[in-house]
Each structure stands twice: as structure tokens, then as C-alpha cells.
Design a protein. Structure first.
Length: 81
């Protein structure tokens, strides 16, 4: 682990690009390695809200931590149940 902030910096740039070029305001983040604390910290640094561990059907029913952009309401409309 180098902890130089590269993951956070590149993820932030990606989020800014998606918002600007695609007009998306609501974005998900998923971590399927439930013990990956560095990835959890990156999501928090990005301002993403942790919504718990969910079964992710689009990842073969793997369990994963779900993060969302602030203010997202209902996750079921996105197929997260």
C-alpha cells in the first residue's frame, strides 16, 4: 500500500467527468471484498454515503458494500434489494 491518494484522485476525476460529460448526478460505488478497508476509505473521501452490505445480483449475487452519492433515496429502483 502506498497511500499516496492515487485511487482517490483518479476516482474523483472519473466522478467529475461522468457528471460533466454524461450529466449523471447519482452514482453508485461497490466493494465486493468486504474486508477492503482502503477502498472503504476512498469511498468516504469521495463523499459517498455508505448504505450497508447488499446482495448484488449484477455481480453474480455476491455480497458487497454499497455506497451512493449524497441524497440518493430508494435503491430498489436501481435493482439493489
Amino acid at each position: 500500500m502506498n497511500r499516496k491518494g492515487y485511487a482517490t484522485e483518479s476516482a474523483q476525476a472519473l466522478l467529475e467527468h461522468v457528471k460533466k460529460e454524461q450529466g449523471l448526478e447519482e452514482v453508485f460505488g461497490f466493494i465486493t471484498d468486504l474486508h477492503n478497508a482502503p477502498s472503504h476509505r476512498v469511498m468516504e473521501k469521495l463523499g459517498m454515503e455508505y448504505r450497508g452490505v447488499w446482495r448484488l445480483s449484477f455481480f453474480g449475487d455476491k455480497m458487497g458494500k454499497v455506497f451512493v452519492t449524497p441524497g440518493m433515496k430508494e435503491l430498489k429502483q436501481y435493482g439493489i434489494v
